[in-house]
Design a protein around this ligand. Sequence first.
Ligand SMILES: [Zn+2]
Length: 83
Amino acid sequence: MLMYIKRVEKLRKSKVGYDKEKCSVSDCTAESKRAISSKNVKVALPSLKFDPTGKRVYLCKEHYKQFKKATKTKRTLETLTWD
Ligand SMILES: [Zn+2]
């Protein structure tokens, strides 16, 4: 349980304090909602093209939805492992 609480705190902190950026997907000009490791995004959404971003990829609401959908199976497995 303690581990779970720490994890949530970490997630909260990571959401605060990143600068507003445009979505990193080429041809998309929406404002980004999430910053995600570029490695994870490229594995989950290999069909999309991204502007050069370095370590992090910024995704708008729509592209984040696609990313979440693509990683849903993996996330479920990870959640089961945590408990
Ligand atoms: Zn986008």
